[in-house]
Design a protein around this ligand. Structure first.
Ligand SMILES: [Mg+2]
Length: 143
């Protein structure tokens, strides 16, 4: 809104998408044509207590963002190269804020954490931590 020459990024969890404050902000950003604003929704389909669809289904999320005046892209959020190239295309449409709906897997890359709800707020034991670091290091070396 201050006409600065930088972009503003905000990261949202899909479990917080039912909260009205998000939609107030989304509507206002579109009203002011904030095409220097980019929201990234981490759509892992889980939240603290259950699957997001079971707590409060927000699908189709892309249509909701479009209806609020945003330019939308959906990507594989676990693919860092796709995420980087997507963010290089900002704004997706001149005069509109952009949102990336990033489909992700909670705990991606750690065998015992992937799509396991308890790791939303779980604390690994020392052994679990060592295994997680080992698996992530191996994945990094494989790139
Ligand atoms: Mg989530």
């Amino acid at each position: 809104m201050d006409k600065k020459d930088y972009k503003v990024y905000t990261l949202l969890g899909d479990g917080e998408m039912p909260e009205g404050s998000n939609w107030e902000a989304a509507l206002t950003a579109a009203h002011y044509k904030l095409d220097n604003l980019c929201a990234i929704v981490d759509k892992n389909s889980l939240q603290i207590t259950a699957a997001t669809a079971d707590v409060c289904n927000t699908d189709p999320l892309d249509e909701k963002w479009k209806a609020f005046g945003w330019a939308v892209r959906e990507i594989d959020g676990n693919d860092v190269e796709v995420l980087k190239s997507t963010l290089q295309d900002l704004p997706f449409e001149a005069g509109k804020p952009s949102v990336v709906i990033a489909h992700t897997t909670k705990g991606k890359g750690v065998s015992y954490m992937e799509n396991v709800l308890k790791w939303h707020h779980g604390v690994p034991s020392a052994d679990e931590y060592e295994l997680a670091i080992k698996e992530l290091d191996e994945a990094l070396l494989a790139i």
